[in-house]
Design a binder for this molecule. Structure first.
Ligand SMILES: *[C@@H]1O[C@H](CO)[C@@H](O)[C@H](O)[C@H]1NC(C)=O
Ligand SMILES: *[C@@H]1O[C@H](CO)[C@@H](O)[C@H](O)[C@H]1NC(C)=O
Ligand SMILES: *[C@@H]1O[C@H](CO)[C@@H](O)[C@H](O)[C@H]1NC(C)=O
Ligand SMILES: *[C@@H]1O[C@H](CO)[C@@H](O)[C@H](O)[C@H]1NC(C)=O
Ligand SMILES: *[C@@H]1O[C@H](CO)[C@@H](O)[C@H](O)[C@H]1NC(C)=O
Ligand SMILES: *[C@@H]1O[C@H](CO)[C@@H](O)[C@H](O)[C@H]1NC(C)=O
Ligand SMILES: *[C@@H]1O[C@H](CO)[C@@H](O)[C@H](O)[C@H]1NC(C)=O
Ligand SMILES: *[C@@H]1O[C@H](CO)[C@@H](O)[C@H](O)[C@H]1NC(C)=O
Length: 907
């Protein structure tokens, strides 16, 4: 024992080198695949002990104030250098000379101020230079040597002009970022230095307070494709000016987000009329109004993004002229707030958009959908109205979507739109629809099948999370025979699947069926009949335990036998405690089986034997104690993931020796938490210790124990037999024993004088209905010289009931309770007689009560009604009325003994 710490320390030092990189990460670089990561190490200099051949060095987030060449020159192969987030004040002019292969310099967030031509003069391989967030002041033509530079970022530098040079330069430039600087004007010749940059495509001018655009300012860069003006607070007039300046360019993509552009007029975009603009992003502008005809200048526009605005009214003129539009994004563009009314979409508003393919209306609110709301969208394939609020969607009828009847819609998303009912034929125009999403609604109805009429091409129907109020019928899906995916999780009434004919019978193409979270307790064996292609079945969070019980009326319900192609089966949280032998037979394709959070304990041998393809097995949180090879060898063979944690394992040789050996030897199966979540529950020595700490060697020498085992098992068998004999014939032995004893010693151990104080041998308390039993069984004993007090016979007429009871109880040596349910429910008995008898027992310290049980009665009830427990009385005073006639003499014998028993407690 005392050696263990030493051993541990020794081991630590032996394996320590493996940990070096991990544990020392705090103050040394991580080198991997030629990349050195020295970020966040509070370094002041570049380390000199890195591999000589690194190609990438990350020195970001350190404390460098300059770049020291002596250490950099150790790594001449560097291609990418990141020194961002330091305090470097100056770019070293020999940097590129020492690093001839350098392609990328990231210096953003430093203190670089003066920048001269010399400092970049050797950087002719440089492709990307990031100088964002410094304090740049350019001197001369610092960038003129950068023949190969493609990307230049000088954003956030307080630059006073966009003019980065006065001679033509940067012939390879593709992207230029000038955002977050201080200039407000773009002069005619500002971009003249780029007039030979024929590759320039992207110009970022975000967050500038631009007020003036001189004519021809974009002329030198007329090849421009993308212009970003986000967060430039410039007003509608200036935007018109920008647009007219862009008219001569190759502009395709214009981003105008967050510009507080609250109104668009019919001339704002006039300047773009001659361009080939294809993407226009106007999101997050708080835009309230779009004048009719605002977009008619943009006939080639393909994507229009209007998300996050505040439009109140969409009219016939709003989208006029968008002849090529394919994609219109209106997410949160029409919203209802407590200060404003619900927005309106006029009839025929979308009519100009005959080429539109995708309409995104997520999270919008619109007053109504009429018969002409979507008219004219003759190319629309995708409509997304999820999480929106449209009164018309509450009760969907044939009229709701009639305006889409000429649209070749393929996907309709109605998630979270507060639908409560879908009437028959509502979707009948959507002959091309393949995907219908109806999750997160409140649909509450009998699905008769008419709802989905006309959806013959439908492949995916999602109806999860619908408040568990759907009923199915055998016809629910007759009109959708092409379904491959059907989700009904948390949507069905608990009885919805208890149908004579399965609702899914015609879905021969179905691949995925989700019935989880429905509290389903009753299903028929034919549930999956006809689902010959079913691969994934989700049944978790239901209540299927009864179906697989061997004691189930009519035998276990083997509903899986119809789904022989299953690859994934999820049955977690079902209260399962049994898996019948035949349940999983034939599932040779099954790859994933989840049975966690049930109450499974013992598995029948061979129950998993057909699962030869299993890769994932989940059995966490059950009551598994034993993992035997007869059950688990086959399913474990090719497993890649096992989750069997949190079971109360019994760490004995018989129960888990094989499992532990397997755990220790497997190298293909991943077993998360094997050290901390697989704990022994029993026996005590191993309690709460990890299963894998179980010592297999303790099982090896079993031979000396064999004899002991045989001996002990023989003893157990003999004991069992004896117990059985006593259980079934014990009364005979007792009978003969009593007779023998009494022949010799007489019935009574009570002293003679004890009897003389009393008038009756026993007072008999019984329920009225047991009068017959008493008359037939007890009264005949009086012929043997006993004298009983019976209420209906011996009470003195005229005396009050209470008085009679009290006085007769006093006069009786014993009290016999004839215990039946009706006695315990008899108020007289409960309130008074029992109380009195109880007093007699306690006060006089006498063993005077005899209980005769005619029925099995729980001790708890007994004590509630009579204040007595079986344990309070001697066993000979507790008599059971025998079920078998031949035992009645023995019963009488016992009763006489009980009556003869002394009342004085033995000293
Ligand atoms: C760097 O050189 C070492 C040997 O000095 C070699 O093992 C390693 O593979 C090289 N790395 C690269 C990325 O070339
Ligand atoms: C617009 O595209 C067409 C054909 O793609 C082309 O001929 C025309 O020059 C382009 N116009 C501009 C302004 O780039
Ligand atoms: C723009 O709208 C105004 C009214 O708001 C109208 O008078 C004018 O004719 C329209 N201009 C164009 C070019 O359509
Ligand atoms: C839904 O609409 C149908 C057809 O217009 C109508 O018969 C039914 O009463 C409506 N149901 C509700 C709940 O409004
Ligand atoms: C489905 O779309 C095709 C074109 O993709 C079209 O020819 C056909 O008429 C459409 N069918 C229906 C029922 O809309
Ligand atoms: C579903 O059927 C049950 C009876 O089978 C019925 O009580 C319940 O109202 C039905 N639910 C709906 C939404 O019609
Ligand atoms: C749904 O069907 C059940 C019988 O299966 C019936 O009792 C119930 O009224 C029906 N509900 C409606 C809304 O038709
Ligand atoms: C199911 O899909 C196939 C192939 O796309 C198609 O031929 C068949 O008509 C569809 N079934 C129905 C009922 O529309």
């Amino acid at each position: 024992m005392c050696c263990q710490p030493l051993l541990f320390v020794l081991c630590y030092f032996m394996v320590a080198p493996h940990y070096c990189i991990g544990s020392l990460k705090n103050n040394s670089c991580v080198v991997e695949y030629g990349r050195a990561d020295c970020s966040h190490l509070s370094l002041r200099n570049i380390p000199s002990d890195l591999p000589w051949n690194i190609t990438s060095l990350d020195m970001s987030h350190n404390l460098m104030v300059g770049i020291e060449l002596s250490s950099l020159s150790l790594y001449p192969g560097i291609i990418h250098l990141n020194v961002s987030h330091n305090s470097i004040a100056k770019l070293n002019e020999y940097l590129c000379q020492k690093l001839p292969l350098l392609q990328t310099i990231d210096m953003n967030k430093n203190q670089v101020h003066l920048l001269k031509k010399e400092e970049l003069s050797y950087c002719n391989s440089l492709i990307s230079l990031n100088l964002a967030s410094n304090r740049l002041k350019l001197q001369g033509e610092p960038f003129s040597a950068l023949q190969k530079l493609k990307f230049l970022d000088v954003s956030n530098n307080n630059l006073k002009t966009a003019k980065l040079g006065s001679i033509s330069q940067l012939p390879s430039l593709v992207g230029l970022n000038l955002a977050f600087n201080d200039f407000t004007t773009l002069k005619r010749d500002d971009f003249a230095f780029l007039n030979e940059s024929s590759f320039l495509k992207v110009l970022n001018l975000s967050a500038l307070s631009l007020k003036t655009f001189e004519s021809g300012c974009f002329h030198p860069i007329s090849g421009l494709h993308t212009l970003i003006l986000d967060k430039c607070n410039m007003g509608t007039l200036v935007i018109s000016k920008v647009c007219s300046e862009l008219s001569e360019t190759a502009i395709e993509n214009l981003s105008l987000q967050k510009m507080k552009l609250v109104t668009l007029t019919n001339t704002t975009f006039r300047g773009l009329g001659k361009t080939n603009l294809t993407v226009l992003d106007l999101s997050s502008n708080g835009m309230g109004k779009i004048e009719d005809g605002s977009f008619r200048w943009l006939p080639r526009l393909q994507t229009l993004i209007l998300c996050n605005n505040n439009l109140k009214h969409v009219t016939k003129g709003t989208f006029l002229g968008l002849k090529s539009l394919k994609n219109l994004q209106l997410m949160k563009a029409l919203v209802k707030s407590h200060t404003s009314s619900t927005p309106i979409i006029d009839d025929f508003s979308f009519q100009p958009l005959s080429t539109l393919e995708s309409l995104m209306l997520q999270k919008t609110a619109v007053r109504e959908i009429t018969e002409n709301t979507f008219t004219g969208l003759t190319s629309l394939t995708e409509l997304d109205m999820s999480w929106s609020s449209y009164a018309a969607l509450k009760n969907i009828t044939k009229k709701t979507f009639v305006s889409l009847s000429n649209s070749p819609l393929r996907t309709l998303n109605l998630i979270g739109t507060a639908i409560t009912r879908i009437n028959s034929g509502s979707f009948s125009f959507f002959g091309n629809l393949t995907t219908l999403l109806l999750d997160h609604n409140f649909i509450k109805q009998n699905l008769t099948g008419q709802e989905f009429e006309g959806l013959g091409q439908l492949q995916e129907l999602y109806m999860a999370n619908n408040g568990q109020s759907l009923n199915l019928t055998a016809e629910s899906f007759v009109h959708t025979p092409n379904l491959t995916v059907l989700t009904l999780g948390k949507s069905l009434r608990a009885m919805a699947l208890n149908l004579d004919l399965s609702a899914f019978q015609n879905l021969s193409k179905l691949n995925i069926l989700d019935l989880s979270n429905n509290n389903i307790a009753n299903i028929k064996e034919n549930l999956l009949q006809g689902l010959v292609n079913l691969k994934v079945l989700r049944l978790q969070h239901n209540n299927l335990a009864r179906l697989w019980k061997s004691g189930n009326l009519g035998g276990p319900v083997l509903f899986l036998k119809e789904a022989q192609k299953l690859t994934t089966l999820q049955l977690d949280y079902n209260g399962l405690d049994e898996i019948p032998l035949m349940t999983l037979k034939g599932l040779t394709h099954l790859k994933e089986l989840s049975l966690s959070n049930n109450i499974l304990n013992n598995f029948k041998e061979t129950v998993f034997d057909d699962l030869t393809s299993l890769r994932v097995l989940r059995l966490a949180k059950n009551f598994i104690t034993t993992v035997r090879p007869e059950v688990f060898r086959t399913p474990f063979t090719n497993l890649s993931l096992l989750m069997m944690e949190k079971n109360p394992y019994d760490c004995t040789c018989e129960s888990i020796l094989w499992f532990v050996t397997w755990l220790n030897s497997t190298n293909v199966t991943s077993i998360p938490g094997v050290r901390h979540q697989y704990m022994c529950n029993t026996p005590l020595v191993y309690s709460n210790r990890p299963v894998i700490d179980f010592d297999p060697s303790s099982c090896k020498d079993a031979t000396p124990f064999e004899a002991l085992f045989i001996l002990s098992s023989t003893a157990v068998i003999i004991l069992t037999l004896t117990a059985l004999l006593v259980r079934f014939h014990g009364w005979r032995f007792q009978f003969y024993w009593n007779i023998m004893i009494n022949r010799t010693l007489g019935f009574s151990d009570a002293k003679d004088k004890e009897g003389r104080e009393f008038e009756f041998d026993a007072y008999i308390i019984h329920a009225a209905v047991e009068k017959r039993w008493v008359d037939r069984t007890l009264v005949p004993l009086e012929q043997k010289g006993y004298c009983f007090c019976l209420e209906h016979r011996d009470f003195i007429p005229g005396m009050s009931m209470i008085e009679s009871i009290v006085s007769n109880l006093r006069k009786s040596r014993k009290i016999i309770f004839v215990i039946t349910e009706s006695l315990l429910n008899d108020p007289w008995c409960r309130q008074f007689k029992a109380h009195h008898a109880f007093h007699q027992v306690i006060e006089h310290s006498r063993d005077s009560v005899v209980l005769v049980f005619l029925q099995e009665v729980h001790d708890y009830k007994l004590s509630r009604a009579l204040f007595l427990r079986r344990g309070m009385l001697r066993s000979c005073c507790l008599l059971d009325w025998p079920v078998y006639k031949e035992r009645i003499p023995a019963f009488q014998q016992k009763l006489l003994i009980a009556l003869g028993m002394t009342n004085q407690l033995k000293e």
